[in-house]
Ligand binder design. Sequence first.
Ligand code: GUN
Ligand code: ZN
Length: 449
Amino acid sequence: MARNHTIAPARQHAKSKGMTAQILLLGQTLTFDGAPLEAPWQDCAHIDSEGGVLIEGTRIAAVGNGAALKAAHPRARCVSYGDDLIVPGFIDAHAHYPQTAMIASWGKRLIEWLNTYTFPEETRFADAQYAGRIADRYLDLTRAHGTTTIASFGTIHPHSADALFAAAAARGQAVVTGKTCMDRNAPDDLRDTAQSAYDDSKVLIAHWHGEGRARYAITPRFSPTSTPEQLAALGALWSEHPDCLMQTHLSEQPDEVAWVRDLYPQARDYLDTYEAHGLLGSRGLYGHAIHLEPREIDRLAEVRGALVHCPTSNAFIGSGQFDLPRMAARNIPIGLATDTGGGSSFSMLRTMAAAYEAAQHHGTALHASQLLWLATAGSARTLHLQDEIGTLAPGYYADITVIDLASTSAIAQRANRSGSVWEDIFATIMMGDDRAIRDTWIAGAATAT
Ligand code: GUN
Ligand code: ZN
């Protein structure tokens, strides 16, 4: 089967100068009007079994009944997907692209896992060419899994952020990343300083933030690997660039939480180590957030800081179960993420399945529409990109994933016996992987997989 076959974007099909060609995708479409975690899913999530999405250039021009769109736009090039499901491209709200090559490393819990596998691999990013190669590999892999936007950590090397920004720009892809900052409790060649972290991040912000589809996230790895001076410097930087995002880790494992208590004896709790240094805000992304105190939950709800659920990672590294139902009930924005390579899969379908399983531990059965919303519009909201991606609607970027609902014989035999499309979708969420991804469109251009 041909893989990575690139179809030219709609604008390149324009027949005459100044005219933007149109592409009409036909299939079953999923649209949201509202957040199915915050209102009954039946009121928010809609499947049109004969839907259509009209693309003009890099954007969606219309969404509606496929036949009606075809009649209204007879010159549009049609791509018929039959019963495939057309959804917004998946948005992975927390990943470490530098960990691509060491995903699925055996036998360690968080701190030992960092020291044994993660830091040695991140050291290799001193070589800018290696960073470029992994950035390309990572974006190709994730696209094959239906992911169109990622918020990723870099390494401490500023060129690790350059590499991912450049690779994403070459693909017309929206990306959030930042140089990771660490000035203690890491190997010598993976440490910066409070000043250099501030200076290097500031240069990267000036170069990349808002350049095309690039967005910068100020990136202290987590409190154990930053001195209070470094956290304060990055807090000051955020106040100078408040439209940047800030990404970090919070309360992933009990040993880590105890270590933070020792390192920051003045702090009321883990979140306070960020709050006291200007690193708590609505554009903050806090990964994992499993072992939270009531005060931390109250503060996150007050400031609407976003929590990023990393369920395959939480299971793989043995961290625990994020309490999604409790956080959603507090209206805390929640995104979904692979946390590659602590997470054990590049697939957001697999990640949705793990989110379902984690919520079951807390007595809640998430509906397929809620899982898909988390992986698209929910994650977009945590990245403050909810007006550009994560939704099939006019004006949004044509970042679109097409899902085969019978991609393996195991899934097909399950799908064939069900009478409901939601049951079919759920089976693909629970059992699907990159084989279920028929096509991934980014800014109006498809790579058939
Ligand atoms: N905490 C600090 N760094 C990391 C990381 O790279 N992965 C995970 N899962 N947790 C972290
Ligand atoms: Zn992480």
